[in-house]
Design a protein around this ligand. Structure first.
Ligand SMILES: [Fe+2]
Length: 195
């Protein structure tokens, strides 16, 4: 007889992530997304733990789907269901890669935050400090205007913050930058040599 898995805890989610992705850039990206989602949940009066969990696990299948956008998020959703992730997290993960309609505020926030962390990371790593510690919202916005800089990062998705989650671009970037800077050492953004 099979029993339902226990609800996925943050510790179990991190273990799952590290088992699948190791400690490289993708895990840093997932941790950055977690930090931003938690901060936005706080700002928007939402469930901080739930939103953080969605951010943490959203790319958990990139070990097998990095070159397979058609399966990315579908595989992750299955992995997460089996691990006991809350349905709202599974739904947001599917939605972030257009595998389900984005209905809830959580679904929409994850879609906006995903490229935002990429832009902030790229903007930090090009600085002499290689850190978020002296990065400003103004500087991130300047980078966003340069189409050649981090060209794969969707500006459209980041700028959709106002329509999707109801906060201005300035505030969205400030909240996400603050969250990532507070966790910069875990995200590989604390400065120093290349890792
Ligand atoms: Fe992502």
């Amino acid at each position: 007889m099979s029993t339902a898995p226990a609800t996925l805890t943050r510790a179990a989610a991190l273990r799952l992530l590290l088992d699948r992705l190791g400690e490289g850039n993708t895990t840093h990206h997932c941790l950055a997304t977690e930090a931003c989602m938690r901060a936005l949940a706080e700002r928007l009066g939402q469930d901080v733990e739930l939103w953080g969990l969605a951010g943490l696990v959203h790319d958990c299948d990139l070990d097998v789907c990095a070159d397979d956008p058609e399966r990315h998020a579908l595989v992750g959703a299955q992995v997460l269901r089996e691990a006991g992730a809350p349905p709202a997290v599974v739904q947001a993960v599917l939605g972030h890669n257009d595998k389900a309609e984005r209905v809830s505020l959580l679904d929409r926030a994850l879609w906006v935050v995903d490229p935002t962390t990429g832009m902030i990371t790229a903007a930090a790593l090009i600085r002499p400090s290689r850190s978020t510690s002296d990065l400003s919202v103004k500087s991130i916005k300047k980078r966003m205007k340069d189409k050649r800089f981090a060209a794969a990062v969707s500006r459209e998705q980041i700028r959709a913050c106002e329509a999707q989650i109801g906060i201005t671009l300035d505030e969205h970037l400030a909240v996400c930058l603050g969250a990532m800077d507070a966790a910069r050492d875990q995200l590989g953004l604390g400065g120093g040599s290349l890792s």
